[in-house]
Design a protein around this ligand. Sequence first.
Ligand SMILES: NC(=O)c1ccc[n+]([C@@H]2O[C@H](COP(=O)([O-])OP(=O)(O)OC[C@H]3O[C@@H](n4cnc5c(N)ncnc54)[C@H](OP(=O)(O)O)[C@@H]3O)[C@@H](O)[C@H]2O)c1
Length: 295
Amino acid sequence: MSEFGFHSTAEEVTQGIDLGGTTWLVTGCNSGIGKETARVLGLRGAHVIGGARTEQKAKEALDELGIPGTPLACDLASPTSIHDAIAQVKESQVLLAGIIANAGIMALPAPEQAHGIELQFYTNHFGHFALVTGLVDRLTDDARVVVVSSGAHRYAATHGLELDNLDGTRDYEPWRAYGRSKLANILFARTLAHRFAASGTRRTAYSLHPGVIRTNLTRHIADPDALLAPLRPSMKSIAQGAATTLYVATQPAIEAHSGCYFSDCAVAKTIKQGTDDALGEALWKLSEDRTAVHL
Ligand SMILES: NC(=O)c1ccc[n+]([C@@H]2O[C@H](COP(=O)([O-])OP(=O)(O)OC[C@H]3O[C@@H](n4cnc5c(N)ncnc54)[C@H](OP(=O)(O)O)[C@@H]3O)[C@@H](O)[C@H]2O)c1
Protein backbone atom coordinates (compact mmCIF):
# COMPACT_ATOMS: atom_id res chain seq x y z
CA MET A 1 0.00 0.00 0.00
CA SER A 2 1.24 3.48 -0.89
CA GLU A 3 1.92 5.87 1.98
CA PHE A 4 0.54 8.60 -0.30
CA GLY A 5 -3.06 9.46 -1.05
CA PHE A 6 -5.64 12.12 -1.77
CA HIS A 7 -3.91 14.86 0.22
CA SER A 8 -0.35 14.21 -0.95
CA THR A 9 1.38 16.88 -3.00
CA ALA A 10 3.74 16.48 -5.93
CA GLU A 11 6.62 17.66 -3.75
CA GLU A 12 5.77 15.10 -1.06
CA VAL A 13 5.64 12.12 -3.41
CA THR A 14 9.04 13.06 -4.87
CA GLN A 15 10.75 13.86 -1.57
CA GLY A 16 14.24 12.33 -1.62
CA ILE A 17 14.05 11.33 -5.29
CA ASP A 18 17.02 12.59 -7.32
CA LEU A 19 16.20 13.13 -10.98
CA GLY A 20 19.55 14.74 -11.75
CA GLY A 21 20.82 13.80 -15.19
CA THR A 22 17.38 12.81 -16.50
CA THR A 23 15.24 14.55 -19.11
CA TRP A 24 11.46 14.55 -19.18
CA LEU A 25 9.00 15.82 -21.76
CA VAL A 26 5.84 17.40 -20.33
CA THR A 27 2.99 18.54 -22.60
CA GLY A 28 0.91 21.48 -21.42
CA CYS A 29 3.78 22.84 -19.31
CA ASN A 30 2.39 26.37 -19.29
CA SER A 31 -0.72 25.85 -17.17
CA GLY A 32 -2.34 24.03 -14.28
CA ILE A 33 -1.24 20.49 -13.50
CA GLY A 34 1.37 20.37 -16.26
CA LYS A 35 3.08 23.50 -14.97
CA GLU A 36 3.26 22.08 -11.46
CA THR A 37 4.50 18.77 -12.86
CA ALA A 38 7.28 20.57 -14.73
CA ARG A 39 8.16 22.63 -11.65
CA VAL A 40 8.51 19.61 -9.39
CA LEU A 41 10.45 17.57 -11.95
CA GLY A 42 12.83 20.53 -12.18
CA LEU A 43 12.96 20.87 -8.41
CA ARG A 44 14.18 17.27 -8.22
CA GLY A 45 16.93 17.98 -10.73
CA ALA A 46 15.40 16.90 -14.03
CA HIS A 47 15.83 18.76 -17.29
CA VAL A 48 12.32 19.46 -18.58
CA ILE A 49 11.41 19.70 -22.24
CA GLY A 50 8.32 21.82 -21.83
CA GLY A 51 5.71 21.39 -24.54
CA ALA A 52 3.14 24.09 -25.22
CA ARG A 53 1.13 25.24 -28.22
CA THR A 54 3.87 27.75 -29.03
CA GLU A 55 7.54 28.00 -28.17
CA GLN A 56 6.89 31.39 -26.61
CA LYS A 57 4.32 29.96 -24.18
CA ALA A 58 6.67 27.15 -23.25
CA LYS A 59 9.62 29.49 -22.80
CA GLU A 60 7.66 31.92 -20.65
CA ALA A 61 6.51 29.06 -18.42
CA LEU A 62 9.99 27.59 -17.99
CA ASP A 63 11.45 31.07 -17.34
CA GLU A 64 8.78 31.76 -14.75
CA LEU A 65 9.40 28.41 -13.07
CA GLY A 66 13.15 28.99 -13.14
CA ILE A 67 13.88 25.34 -13.86
CA PRO A 68 16.41 23.86 -16.27
CA GLY A 69 14.47 23.27 -19.43
CA THR A 70 14.02 23.45 -23.16
CA PRO A 71 10.89 24.99 -24.66
CA LEU A 72 9.14 22.92 -27.31
CA ALA A 73 6.38 24.11 -29.63
CA CYS A 74 3.94 21.24 -29.85
CA ASP A 75 0.36 22.00 -30.81
CA LEU A 76 -1.34 18.66 -30.30
CA ALA A 77 -4.09 19.52 -32.77
CA SER A 78 -1.55 20.17 -35.53
CA PRO A 79 0.22 17.25 -37.23
CA THR A 80 2.85 19.64 -38.61
CA SER A 81 3.61 20.99 -35.17
CA ILE A 82 3.80 17.46 -33.69
CA HIS A 83 6.06 16.38 -36.55
CA ASP A 84 8.37 19.34 -35.94
CA ALA A 85 8.39 18.72 -32.18
CA ILE A 86 9.41 15.10 -32.70
CA ALA A 87 12.16 16.22 -35.09
CA GLN A 88 13.44 18.81 -32.60
CA VAL A 89 13.68 16.26 -29.79
CA LYS A 90 15.37 13.73 -32.06
CA GLU A 91 17.87 16.29 -33.30
CA SER A 92 18.87 17.10 -29.74
CA GLN A 93 20.02 13.46 -29.34
CA VAL A 94 18.67 13.50 -25.80
CA LEU A 95 17.23 10.36 -24.23
CA LEU A 96 13.97 10.79 -22.35
CA ALA A 97 13.44 9.24 -18.92
CA GLY A 98 9.76 9.85 -19.42
CA ILE A 99 6.98 11.60 -21.27
CA ILE A 100 4.11 13.17 -19.36
CA ALA A 101 1.19 13.37 -21.80
CA ASN A 102 -0.68 15.95 -19.78
CA ALA A 103 -2.16 18.61 -22.07
CA GLY A 104 -5.87 18.58 -22.66
CA ILE A 105 -9.07 20.40 -23.44
CA MET A 106 -12.47 19.72 -21.94
CA ALA A 107 -16.15 19.87 -22.79
CA LEU A 108 -16.18 22.02 -25.92
CA PRO A 109 -19.73 23.37 -26.13
CA ALA A 110 -20.15 22.51 -29.82
CA PRO A 111 -18.44 19.94 -32.01
CA GLU A 112 -15.19 21.18 -33.54
CA GLN A 113 -12.80 19.09 -35.58
CA ALA A 114 -9.13 18.84 -36.40
CA HIS A 115 -8.49 16.90 -39.60
CA GLY A 116 -12.02 15.52 -39.50
CA ILE A 117 -11.71 14.27 -35.93
CA GLU A 118 -13.55 15.73 -32.95
CA LEU A 119 -11.14 18.23 -31.40
CA GLN A 120 -11.01 16.80 -27.86
CA PHE A 121 -10.35 13.34 -29.25
CA TYR A 122 -7.65 14.71 -31.55
CA THR A 123 -5.91 16.90 -28.98
CA ASN A 124 -6.21 14.65 -25.95
CA HIS A 125 -5.64 11.30 -27.66
CA PHE A 126 -4.42 11.42 -31.28
CA GLY A 127 -1.95 14.24 -30.65
CA HIS A 128 -0.39 12.41 -27.72
CA PHE A 129 -0.45 9.09 -29.56
CA ALA A 130 1.49 10.63 -32.45
CA LEU A 131 3.95 12.42 -30.18
CA VAL A 132 4.69 9.46 -27.91
CA THR A 133 4.91 6.81 -30.62
CA GLY A 134 7.07 9.19 -32.65
CA LEU A 135 9.52 9.42 -29.78
CA VAL A 136 9.62 5.79 -28.62
CA ASP A 137 13.15 5.34 -29.92
CA ARG A 138 14.26 8.33 -27.82
CA LEU A 139 13.11 6.70 -24.56
CA THR A 140 15.60 5.20 -22.13
CA ASP A 141 15.27 1.46 -21.58
CA ASP A 142 13.39 2.01 -18.30
CA ALA A 143 11.47 5.14 -19.31
CA ARG A 144 7.93 5.79 -18.12
CA VAL A 145 5.09 7.21 -20.19
CA VAL A 146 2.40 8.87 -18.10
CA VAL A 147 -0.93 9.72 -19.70
CA VAL A 148 -3.12 12.12 -17.75
CA SER A 149 -6.68 10.85 -18.13
CA SER A 150 -9.67 11.70 -15.94
CA GLY A 151 -12.39 10.19 -13.81
CA ALA A 152 -14.60 11.79 -16.45
CA HIS A 153 -13.77 8.81 -18.68
CA ARG A 154 -16.89 7.43 -17.01
CA TYR A 155 -19.03 9.70 -19.19
CA ALA A 156 -18.13 7.29 -21.99
CA ALA A 157 -19.55 4.28 -20.14
CA THR A 158 -22.75 4.05 -22.18
CA HIS A 159 -21.47 4.84 -25.68
CA GLY A 160 -17.84 3.74 -25.34
CA LEU A 161 -15.16 5.07 -27.70
CA GLU A 162 -17.60 5.52 -30.61
CA LEU A 163 -14.93 4.75 -33.17
CA ASP A 164 -17.66 5.03 -35.82
CA ASN A 165 -18.33 8.63 -34.75
CA LEU A 166 -14.83 10.08 -34.92
CA ASP A 167 -15.95 13.50 -36.10
CA GLY A 168 -18.21 13.66 -33.06
CA THR A 169 -21.18 15.04 -34.92
CA ARG A 170 -23.57 12.20 -34.01
CA ASP A 171 -25.57 13.34 -30.97
CA TYR A 172 -22.74 15.60 -29.81
CA GLU A 173 -22.63 16.03 -26.07
CA PRO A 174 -19.63 17.92 -24.57
CA TRP A 175 -19.02 15.67 -21.55
CA ARG A 176 -19.47 12.43 -23.45
CA ALA A 177 -16.97 13.65 -26.04
CA TYR A 178 -14.48 14.61 -23.32
CA GLY A 179 -15.12 11.29 -21.59
CA ARG A 180 -14.32 9.19 -24.61
CA SER A 181 -11.06 11.09 -25.18
CA LYS A 182 -10.12 10.31 -21.59
CA LEU A 183 -11.12 6.65 -22.04
CA ALA A 184 -8.78 6.66 -25.05
CA ASN A 185 -5.99 7.96 -22.76
CA ILE A 186 -6.49 4.97 -20.47
CA LEU A 187 -6.51 2.47 -23.34
CA PHE A 188 -3.46 4.09 -24.96
CA ALA A 189 -1.41 3.75 -21.75
CA ARG A 190 -2.61 0.18 -21.27
CA THR A 191 -1.87 -0.91 -24.82
CA LEU A 192 1.49 0.86 -24.80
CA ALA A 193 2.36 -0.97 -21.58
CA HIS A 194 1.52 -4.31 -23.22
CA ARG A 195 3.68 -3.41 -26.23
CA PHE A 196 6.59 -2.34 -24.05
CA ALA A 197 6.40 -5.62 -22.14
CA ALA A 198 6.17 -7.67 -25.34
CA SER A 199 9.19 -5.93 -26.83
CA GLY A 200 11.33 -6.89 -23.85
CA THR A 201 12.20 -3.39 -22.64
CA ARG A 202 11.76 -2.22 -19.06
CA ARG A 203 9.72 0.75 -20.26
CA THR A 204 6.34 1.18 -18.59
CA ALA A 205 3.19 3.24 -19.09
CA TYR A 206 0.45 4.49 -16.77
CA SER A 207 -2.72 6.55 -16.90
CA LEU A 208 -4.28 8.49 -14.07
CA HIS A 209 -7.00 10.73 -12.73
CA PRO A 210 -5.38 13.78 -11.10
CA GLY A 211 -8.41 14.74 -8.99
CA VAL A 212 -10.70 17.71 -9.47
CA ILE A 213 -8.66 20.90 -9.51
CA ARG A 214 -9.55 24.46 -10.42
CA THR A 215 -7.44 25.25 -13.51
CA ASN A 216 -7.87 26.79 -16.95
CA LEU A 217 -9.43 23.52 -18.07
CA THR A 218 -12.88 24.99 -17.38
CA ARG A 219 -12.37 27.70 -20.01
CA HIS A 220 -15.15 26.27 -22.19
CA ILE A 221 -17.63 26.03 -19.31
CA ALA A 222 -20.10 28.92 -19.14
CA ASP A 223 -20.25 29.02 -15.33
CA PRO A 224 -17.31 27.10 -13.80
CA ASP A 225 -18.20 28.19 -10.26
CA ALA A 226 -21.62 26.59 -10.54
CA LEU A 227 -20.10 23.42 -12.00
CA LEU A 228 -17.47 23.13 -9.28
CA ALA A 229 -19.56 24.24 -6.27
CA PRO A 230 -20.95 20.76 -5.45
CA LEU A 231 -17.49 19.26 -5.98
CA ARG A 232 -15.68 21.73 -3.69
CA PRO A 233 -15.37 19.39 -0.66
CA SER A 234 -13.54 16.85 -2.79
CA MET A 235 -11.37 19.24 -4.79
CA LYS A 236 -7.57 19.30 -4.71
CA SER A 237 -5.04 22.09 -4.89
CA ILE A 238 -2.81 22.20 -7.98
CA ALA A 239 0.06 20.89 -5.81
CA GLN A 240 -2.11 17.89 -4.89
CA GLY A 241 -3.38 17.59 -8.46
CA ALA A 242 0.10 16.89 -9.80
CA ALA A 243 0.87 14.29 -7.12
CA THR A 244 -0.43 11.16 -8.86
CA THR A 245 1.38 12.15 -12.07
CA LEU A 246 4.66 12.51 -10.18
CA TYR A 247 3.93 9.36 -8.21
CA VAL A 248 3.62 7.11 -11.25
CA ALA A 249 6.46 8.93 -13.00
CA THR A 250 9.02 8.62 -10.23
CA GLN A 251 8.13 6.19 -7.46
CA PRO A 252 10.36 3.14 -7.46
CA ALA A 253 8.88 -0.35 -7.64
CA ILE A 254 5.56 0.38 -9.29
CA GLU A 255 6.52 -1.24 -12.58
CA ALA A 256 4.36 -4.27 -11.75
CA HIS A 257 1.41 -1.93 -12.26
CA SER A 258 2.43 -0.87 -15.75
CA GLY A 259 -0.69 -0.28 -17.83
CA CYS A 260 -2.85 0.51 -14.81
CA TYR A 261 -4.99 3.56 -14.14
CA PHE A 262 -4.20 5.43 -10.93
CA SER A 263 -6.00 7.90 -8.71
CA ASP A 264 -4.87 9.37 -5.37
CA CYS A 265 -1.47 7.66 -5.81
CA ALA A 266 -3.01 4.18 -5.97
CA VAL A 267 -4.31 1.81 -8.63
CA ALA A 268 -7.96 2.60 -9.31
CA LYS A 269 -10.87 1.05 -11.19
CA THR A 270 -11.99 2.14 -14.63
CA ILE A 271 -15.20 1.47 -16.47
CA LYS A 272 -15.21 -1.93 -18.15
CA GLN A 273 -14.07 -0.52 -21.50
CA GLY A 274 -10.92 0.77 -19.75
CA THR A 275 -9.60 -2.79 -19.46
CA ASP A 276 -10.82 -4.03 -22.84
CA ASP A 277 -7.61 -5.06 -24.58
CA ALA A 278 -9.31 -5.76 -27.91
CA LEU A 279 -10.71 -2.23 -27.85
CA GLY A 280 -7.25 -0.90 -26.94
CA GLU A 281 -5.76 -2.68 -29.97
CA ALA A 282 -8.53 -1.40 -32.23
CA LEU A 283 -7.86 2.13 -31.00
CA TRP A 284 -4.12 1.68 -31.52
CA LYS A 285 -4.57 0.50 -35.12
CA LEU A 286 -6.96 3.33 -35.91
CA SER A 287 -4.65 5.88 -34.28
CA GLU A 288 -1.69 4.56 -36.28
CA ASP A 289 -3.67 4.77 -39.52
CA ARG A 290 -5.06 8.23 -38.87
CA THR A 291 -1.87 9.81 -37.59
CA ALA A 292 0.22 8.19 -40.35
CA VAL A 293 -2.04 9.89 -42.88
CA HIS A 294 -1.57 13.28 -41.28
CA LEU A 295 2.04 13.28 -40.10
N1 LIG B 1 -8.26 20.09 -13.61
C1 LIG B 1 -8.98 18.98 -13.37
O1 LIG B 1 -9.88 18.96 -12.50
C2 LIG B 1 -8.72 17.73 -14.14
C3 LIG B 1 -9.46 16.58 -13.81
C4 LIG B 1 -9.23 15.41 -14.52
C5 LIG B 1 -8.30 15.40 -15.54
N2 LIG B 1 -7.62 16.53 -15.86
C6 LIG B 1 -6.64 16.46 -16.96
O2 LIG B 1 -5.44 17.08 -16.57
C7 LIG B 1 -4.74 17.54 -17.71
C8 LIG B 1 -4.22 18.94 -17.44
O3 LIG B 1 -5.33 19.80 -17.29
P1 LIG B 1 -5.32 21.10 -16.37
O4 LIG B 1 -6.42 20.94 -15.40
O5 LIG B 1 -3.97 21.41 -15.90
O6 LIG B 1 -5.84 22.18 -17.45
P2 LIG B 1 -5.20 23.52 -18.03
O7 LIG B 1 -4.70 24.38 -16.94
O8 LIG B 1 -6.21 24.05 -18.96
O9 LIG B 1 -3.94 22.97 -18.84
C9 LIG B 1 -4.12 22.30 -20.05
C10 LIG B 1 -2.87 22.43 -20.85
O10 LIG B 1 -3.07 21.77 -22.10
C11 LIG B 1 -2.64 22.64 -23.11
N3 LIG B 1 -3.28 22.39 -24.38
C12 LIG B 1 -4.59 22.44 -24.71
N4 LIG B 1 -4.74 22.22 -26.02
C13 LIG B 1 -3.51 22.02 -26.53
C14 LIG B 1 -3.01 21.76 -27.83
N5 LIG B 1 -3.81 21.70 -28.90
N6 LIG B 1 -1.69 21.60 -27.99
C15 LIG B 1 -0.86 21.68 -26.94
N7 LIG B 1 -1.26 21.95 -25.69
C16 LIG B 1 -2.58 22.12 -25.49
C17 LIG B 1 -3.01 24.02 -22.61
O11 LIG B 1 -2.34 25.02 -23.36
P3 LIG B 1 -3.00 26.51 -23.51
O12 LIG B 1 -2.79 27.16 -22.18
O13 LIG B 1 -2.22 27.11 -24.62
O14 LIG B 1 -4.43 26.31 -23.84
C18 LIG B 1 -2.51 23.89 -21.17
O15 LIG B 1 -1.13 24.05 -21.12
C19 LIG B 1 -5.70 17.43 -18.87
O16 LIG B 1 -5.38 16.30 -19.65
C20 LIG B 1 -7.05 17.21 -18.20
O17 LIG B 1 -7.95 16.48 -19.01
C21 LIG B 1 -7.79 17.69 -15.18
